[in-house]
Design a protein around this ligand. Structure first.
Ligand SMILES: NC(=O)c1ccc[n+]([C@@H]2O[C@H](COP(=O)([O-])OP(=O)(O)OC[C@H]3O[C@@H](n4cnc5c(N)ncnc54)[C@H](OP(=O)(O)O)[C@@H]3O)[C@@H](O)[C@H]2O)c1
Length: 401
């Protein structure tokens, strides 16, 4: 019987508890045997919860879990970055394996936590931190042993994809689509980390650092969210056969890399075009494996819990490695070289007339002080500085992917 200490008993924590309970017999009969949640850490023990647990299982004291020698695996689903970081270091010292779904803590402390786990000969696994139950991290760890993976790209945030899908399919405005996402429980009451692109950025940081064998830090990723996109932008791009998606993309070549999270207008032939609702989709360009795609729900109680539990099984069955999978290459950031063609909207308060005409490839809309156009192929940094000079703070730039 493997003892588990569960940190957090919200959406994902309860999903984990329920699956372990429902699958008790199947797990007991399978290699590795049964596992049992020994203690659950919460913030407020008196809170009413949808999942009943035996008395004495809940605690508000993290030390209880650290001190319990029957707990071999700590499963963290609190979402609290700094608490988790401190706790993981203590858990490693106690010889406990750590499994987490928390992209914030993995992204911020990826190299250090991977190294510390290796030093203490314990597992540090985080499959559900990227795309919930979609098994991309494990596949990537295998690919990098056999191939060079020089490009990772993906729709990595279900909330943004749901909002953009609603705007495209039902011609909703951004606020309306966001409210619907909140109503259905897909977006949190404070959706900033999702819609500003931060959540996508963290997942891209994890994927690209693993893929490229060298650190791609949060600060190395250019990031633009979706909150300035309007129904007009979506409609104009739809008339060109495009759908707007928030993509994270990182590429490396001869040690130079670019990494950006940006709204992209994808054409029908792109595999991202048909990724709808809360689904996530990731593509890896592997030198031997080819162009690999992974797709599935990027959020939800059971799908995320299932992703977490595949890591728990790996700890029990020893089917992953305790050595850090991260490489030590020194990579050079070249985001200043990002270029392409772009859709631009300069709104009221701006002075689109002064935008240099030689960069405008096609005018799409010019009414009531709102100007929308496609640019010639150009450097993104230069475009941003030209648009910022127009004086409209709510401008939009969408890359024509
Ligand atoms: N929800 C998803 O679909 C999804 C998908 C992928 C990844 N994730 C990741 O999974 C993690 C959990 O998400 P969630 O949706 O389950 O969150 P949630 O519903 O807000 O639950 C968080 C739980 O953690 C507890 N908690 C928070 N901070 C704590 C602290 N400092 N000490 C002790 N307990 C603490 C809370 O206790 P109380 O109940 O007492 O307040 C609550 O039980 C996050 O890192 C999230 O990014 C979630």
């Amino acid at each position: 019987m493997t003892g588990i200490g569960l940190l957090g008993f919200g959406t994902v924590g309860q999903g984990i508890y329920r699956i372990l309970d429902e699958r008790k017999e199947a797990l007991t009969a399978s290699p590795g045997g049964a596992c049992q949640v020994k203690l659950i850490l919460v913030q407020d023990i008196s809170k009413k919860r949808d999942t009943e647990v035996p008395e004495g299982l809940l605690t508000m004291n993290p030390e209880d879990i650290l001190a319990d020698e029957s707990i071999r695996i700590v499963v963290e689903v609190t979402g609290d970055r700094e608490f988790s970081y401190d706790f993981f270091l203590k858990a490693f010292e106690k010889g406990k394996h750590v499994v987490t779904a928390n992209k914030a803590v993995v992204s911020r402390y990826y190299e250090e936590l991977s190294r510390k786990a290796e030093e203490h000969h314990v597992y540090f696994l985080y499959e559900a931190s990227v795309a919930a139950g979609v098994p991309v991290i494990k596949a990537l760890k295998d690919q990098i042993r056999l191939s060079s993976v020089n490009q990772v790209s993906g729709i990595l945030n279900g909330t943004c994809n749901f909002i953009l899908t609603k705007m495209s399919e039902e011609n909703l405005g951004y606020e309306e689509a966001l409210q619907e996402a909140q109503h259905l429980g897909y977006a949190e009451s404070d959706p900033t980390a999702d819609v500003a692109g931060t959540d996508t950025l963290r997942k891209l940081r994890i994927l690209s650092t693993l893929a490229f064998g060298g650190s791609v830090l949060e600060k190395d990723i250019l990031c633009e969210g979706i909150s300035s996109i309007t129904a007009l932008d979506v409609r104009l791009l739809k008339s060109l056969g495009r759908k707007v998606k928030l993509l994270g993309e990182a590429k490396v070549e001869h040690g130079d890399f670019t990494a950006w999270v940006y709204p992209r207008a994808v054409p029908d032939k792109s595999s991202f075009y048909r990724v709808e609702g809360v689904d996530n989709s990731i593509q890896l360009d592997s030198s031997n494996g080819g162009n690999l795609s992974f797709q599935g729900p990027g959020a939800g109680m059971r799908t995320t819990a299932s992703g977490v539990l595949t890591d728990v099984l790996d700890c029990i069955l020893h089917t992953q490695r305790k050595e850090s999978p991260l490489g030590k290459k020194r990579l050079q950031n070249r985001n200043e070289l990002l270029e392409g063609t772009f859709y631009v909207r300069i709104g009221r308060g701006g002075e689109a007339e002064s935008f240099p005409k030689e960069y405008v490839a096609k005018m799409l809309h010019d009414q009531e002080g709102v100007t929308c156009f496609l640019t010639e192929k150009m450097n993104l940094k230069k475009l941003r500085s030209l648009v910022e000079m127009q004086g409209d703070e709510s401008f939009v730039i969408i890359a024509m992917a």
